[in-house]
Design a protein around this ligand. Sequence first.
Ligand SMILES: Cc1cc2nc3c(=O)[nH]c(=O)nc-3n(C[C@H](O)[C@H](O)[C@H](O)COP(=O)(O)O)c2cc1C
Length: 441
Amino acid sequence: MSDPLQQPLQLPCGASLPNRIGKSAMTEGLADSQLNATTGHQHLYELWSNGGCGLLITGNVQIDRRVLERPGNVAIDGAEDREALKAWARAGTVGGNHLWMQIAHAGRQSPWWVTMEPMAPSQVQLKALGSYMKPRELEEAEILDYIERFAYAAKVAKETGFTGVQLHAAHGYLMSSFLSPVVNQRTDQWGGSLENRARFLLESIKAVRAAVGPEFPVCIKLNSADFQKGGFSFDDCLKLVEWLNDSTLDLLEISGGSYEQPVLTGKSGRESTLDDRSESTRRREAYFLDYAKAVRKVCRIPLMVTGGFRSRAVMEQALADDDLDLIGVARPVVAEPDSVKQLFEGRLDTLPQHEQHLKVGNGALGADSSSFTVKLVNIFGMMGWYYNQLHRIGRGHEPKMERSALGGLLWHLSNELKSAWRIKSFQKKVPKGVQTGRQPG
Ligand SMILES: Cc1cc2nc3c(=O)[nH]c(=O)nc-3n(C[C@H](O)[C@H](O)[C@H](O)COP(=O)(O)O)c2cc1C
């Protein structure tokens, strides 16, 4: 078979991915009131498993029920329903693809309807539409506990049939915030120099590898940069990648940004610190590719790049130029879960780009507004539309293409508040033995 997109990819641990397109993580919001996987996950992942991607990465699964990214997250912190996880893993691998669980801790990006006490390396509050409380600083015992929890969740993933794991070290969540000099102002061995800021990530990778053994794929998702003044910079990223070369990783996925600088979907909020490559980078289809090219020069780990890939031509070119090993796609497979298969079969040349039409307003109220708040509302509207479609498909409904971004945003907010209410009593029952921090307030 000569199609470059359909060549297998051999990983350092010995596993092999059947082709060169990976579905990047997308939070599903489909967990039940006890934060367990549901038939919604099974429906969604069975569709995706038959949809062409050689690798599916799940939405973020949280290691502490108190500090979720969303109230619909699955959590693995000692009380998880393993049968539900097994059913999810079975459904998500029916097509012969890999299915990796993304494991995460939301850190300070856990909204007030989930917790009034988010956690972070230091007490630096997130500025995003007033949805996030000031975090409390983690104690060292909690940091050590969380490293163990990442390892525990990875072990559970392996035991329940997932074929790999990804640690979420991007987008401003806990691992990523440790890397940021803005959010991590600690003066102990977990803060300060890059070596100290990277300690939480590097120790977590070590603990995860020890828990899953040498033959199980372990991956991380990392920011090329936070694109924030004084934040985790691209130079930091390059240095860190050199250290990661020796850390037994099987795949490095490159992304970027955070809630304060949401460039991960290609749209920037505040004026960012992108250098003079920024205009061309923003205009081009795959907006992290320039960064990936530079990462590639120092990186000995197989590389996945996610963000904006839509056309076969651009994907093929990136592979031909040896810029990466695996192409990450997310939004195109939401409303059309088999669009990658259609690309392979020659029925599509370009994956769907619904995001281009998803704006809450126009002009001064649109995505190009000079107001950061308006831009952010537009980004959350676009995200709300995708959350809504994922939820619909999981529940066995057809996607609702005619839904507007404003409709998506309103649906999302009301769904989040209802889900948050449903999980409250469960969140308070923190299991013994996996928690060293304070009890929830
Ligand atoms: C609805 C939605 C949910 C997402 N959830 C996650 C997530 O749980 N973890 C993560 O690392 N990235 C998440 N992302 C970011 C995507 O993985 C991806 O990096 C981003 O959408 C850019 O890729 P794309 O242009 O192919 O969509 C999410 C994106 C969307 C649109």
